[in-house]
Design a protein around this ligand. Structure first.
Ligand SMILES: [Zn+2]
Ligand SMILES: [Zn+2]
Length: 174
């Protein structure tokens, strides 16, 4: 994965704002995780990093849109991302179990943050469990496979038994 380190030295006490518009981290992430995503509207992140006694508070927003596949009808879906995040990166446990999850790296003086890794995690958290081309997507008919957004089929008048059989991959006896 692409890394993009930001040195967190001499941050003012009230924090500093960063913006991140490099699209390469998304393309590389989608490739390496085999995710069916493509660019639509560039993903841009703006976040403020505020130093705390034992870590850094990172508050920001990730916005943009990606092209992907509808989970219900398998056609293209545009997923709008507008994700607000509020993260804490602790500097206290850099060697224990939490260290692997940390996006911080100690420097000679202070710390650096892997902004690409932190934002990639936010992107994944922003994904809904089910991605739909539209809230009213009718999906595919489980029996004949037509896309019910575009055409209707004769299977709709089926009985509850036929529907139960079809859902389990069996055909209705003639
Ligand atoms: Zn759909
Ligand atoms: Zn059908």
């Amino acid at each position: 994965m692409t890394e993009h380190w930001i040195a967190l030295t001499d941050l003012p006490a009230h924090g500093r704002e960063f913006s991140f518009a490099d699209q390469e981290i998304w393309h590389e992430g989608w490739r390496s995780f085999g995710m069916d995503f493509a660019a639509h509207t560039p993903l841009e992140a703006v976040f403020t990093i505020t130093p705390q006694k034992d870590g850094f508070l990172i508050r920001g927003r990730l916005r943009g849109a990606v092209r992907t596949i509808c989970h219900r009808c398998a056609e293209e879906a545009v997923l709008v991302i507008d994700h607000v995040f509020d993260e804490f990166e602790a500097t206290t446990d850099m060697h224990g179990e939490d260290a692997e999850e940390s996006h911080l790296r100690p420097l000679d003086a202070g710390f650096a943050l892997d902004a690409a890794g932190m934002l990639w995690e936010q992107f994944v958290l922003a994904l809904p469990v089910q991605i739909l081309c539209s809230d009213s997507c009718q999906g595919l008919c489980p029996r004949c496979g037509v896309n019910k957004n575009h055409e209707s089929c004769q299977c709709t008048k089926e009985t509850p038994l036929a529907r139960a059989l079809a859902a389990r991959g069996f055909s209705t006896p003639k």
